[in-house]
Design a protein around this ligand. Sequence first.
Ligand code: ATP
Ligand code: SF4
Ligand code: MG
Length: 389
Amino acid sequence: MSQPSKPTTEASVAAQPDTSETGDRAGRRRRKSAATVNALDGIGGLGAPAPDSFLSVRDLRVHFPTDDGLVKSVDGLSFDLSRGKTLGIVGESGSGKSVTSMAIMGLHKPGTVQMTGSIRLDGQELVGSSPEAVRLLRGKKMAMIFQDPLSAMHPFYTVGHQIVEAYRMHNDVSTSVAKKHAVEMLDRVGIPQASSRVDDYPHQFSGGMRQRAMIAMALSCSPDLLIADEPTTALDVTVQAQILDLVRDLQSEFNSAVIIITHDLGVVAELSDDIMVMYAGRAVEYAAAEEVFERPKHPYTWGLLSSMPRLDRARIDRLRPIPGAPPSLINVPSGCPFHPRCAYADRTGGLSQSQRPPLEEKAPGHYAACHLTPEQRTAIWETDIKPTL
Ligand SMILES: Nc1ncnc2c1ncn2[C@@H]1O[C@H](COP(=O)(O)OP(=O)(O)OP(=O)(O)O)[C@@H](O)[C@H]1O
Ligand code: SF4
Ligand SMILES: [Mg+2]
């Protein structure tokens, strides 16, 4: 594997040809945090994982052949995540967040998907591994809180039985000890009368309770990597706070690595060390959380921040939705995939329409994929965006 290329600054940015084979260019080590986006060198080589990386994703591509064409749901994603750190992934519906998570968990059905690149978990390569080998990692090595609770639970078994089985697979304990643990976990996620509800079937739980039970299941084995895909959407505010506390407890007790996927920027801000903004199956911005909130550099991130309600935003009438809709992942727009929706696309002398911007370091440890010059970006941020947030 090649060594990571040296950090490039914006002055050295060269536009890349618009080809899906090109990938993101020139991986750079994050300076401020443990997670790293190591983009590609443009001809298929990959930067080495960060030394302390627990999860290393390199040039991940997850494509689905369909009758309408090849759906490029994830198209060249690279990042590292260390133990004890949290990566927040944000992006509009359809940007590839869940497909990425399912790829890490090995849950895409073989035969329906084309998956290339590399996913290394604690040094073990998952892409191309047998489904059985990956299955053995689920539970203790990695666990996921799914967007849809029903996809995580078997309808024919009681909730308690499912937690007990998962727990016993990775812990040498009796059924009664495992059941006690299951009741404790259900109690911790706020299931009332957990000791009796433990014997209910998933359909006997309300939607919110199913969500909580699934969270209990995911946390029950204290996974080394937890992927939480929209973990709090179906839950009321009090339970949301409990769940986020549980994730934090898990992290401090077991030094777990956490990926949190959510539309809720408040949740991301509270939990994440780093944030990766995805658009059309690619990373368009990546930096420490504070950087993304305080000094965002990509027009799409500006759009997200302007369009999402935040507790600290004084006036809700300032919300400005991003015009247009996310692109087709079968016919991804040429050049920058965001160009049909970007208010600044006409300021780049045609580059936005013709050449894909590589993900590059725009400030120390802060990466974005955009053709705007530093002067243009600063001027737009200072005059158009910052005063409106
Ligand atoms: N099995 C599949 N076959 C074809 N296309 C798929 C498949 N699974 C996902 N996709 C497509 O991949 C794209 C990315 O989907 P994904 O579920 O990752 O989006 P997301 O970012 O999680 O969105 P949301 O915020 O709505 O959950 C979508 O356009 C989706 O329709
Ligand atoms: S490259 Fe062009 S279209 Fe894409 S975000 Fe930057 S300015 Fe907008
Ligand atoms: Mg999703």
